[in-house]
Design a protein around this ligand. Sequence first.
Ligand code: T4K
Length: 368
Amino acid sequence: MDNQKIFVTRSSMPPYEEYIEAIKPLWDSHWITNMGQYHQELEQKLKDYLDVQQISLMVNGHMALELTIQAMGFPKGAEVITTPFTFISTTHAIVRNHLKPVFCDVKPSDGTIDETKLEGLITERTVAVVPVHVYGNVCNVEEIERIADKYNLKVIYDAAHAFGVTYKGKGIGSYGDASVFSFHATKVFNTIEGGAAVFSGQWLYDKLYNLKNFGIRNEELVSEVGANAKMNEFCAIMGLCNLIHVGEAIGHRKALAREYEERLKDVHGIRMFEKKTDAESNYGYFPILVEEEYPLSRDGLYERMKKKGIYVRKYFYPLTADQRCFENRFERTKLDCARELAEKVLVLPLYESLSIQEIKRSTEIIEG
Ligand code: T4K
């Protein structure tokens, strides 16, 4: 038991019979993709759950972000201010749209974009900001909105980690011009692979419909050039089944996160991110920061845990700005805090079926 491998996460899955029962009708209809009945049902249910006006389901979170940025119609080469302390998808979505990422530093308190440094990066070529609610930590949405309004910039949140997060009693997806969620297998809520863009205007719904469905409006009309990024019915049904249990799953994660906090709060040299008091987390990730006072380096602790079968992760090291694919491509802005966090962060295992005993196994190694 004590040498069983523990990974950073483990996909939440509904009871087997529940899913099998739910997919049975597909063998009658043979309608398994292209905005079918379950796709529509999931859109309706998620609109309520996420407390948003419009939703467009996608094949994954990355395509939701890439196509939402594309939908805005920014001119080629325009600048988009974003954070490098994120999964590579955020930066790829900007670059694949022929836009230039301008990297802004993050805050040491929670790893989100440092809004006090935004204005200094705005030029006449800036068209948008793509902040990330990293680990579900809520960005300073009010200040970002104030700056965006002042300079007439669009705000598209990468909310891949923030499913079910609320801020000041509102769904996190209701902030900004649009937000994008990931429903990947490793997320709090999954549709196996999947994602969605959420927003308020009908025009964006229609635009994204075109972009995810080849621009096809009817059998004889293709109105614009589009990709294929539709969610299929097996994935939509997985989402419908998982949605029934997600509230309970988040509650369970919360209890486990509290257990970690309690066990780690007095460990010298281990720091945890701050949470906004008016935000309700989804407990999707449990990141810790290994500070200088800790007897081991971050990498030292990572190796020690791995040797004992606990596969923690360095989300997000290296910074996306430092990845080989971007070498010598974009200006090197000062990213001191982001770099420091990337050198210190370790994400501990946290998932619905994790046991207190397994948490103890991890924290005992950290306690040394
Ligand atoms: N923006 C942000 C900020 C993101 O974090 C992400 C995705 C995106 C955008 C893009 O959304 P998607 O297009 O992916 O929907 C994982 C995920 O693949 C990725 O979705 C996620 N972020 C990223 C943070 O983590 P890896 O390369 O670390 O995954 P992997 O395969 O090493 O899996 C991690 C652990 O999860 C495994 O050790 C075990 C567990 N696992 C994994 C899979 C694949 C399961 O339990 N079941 C599974 O099916 O990227």
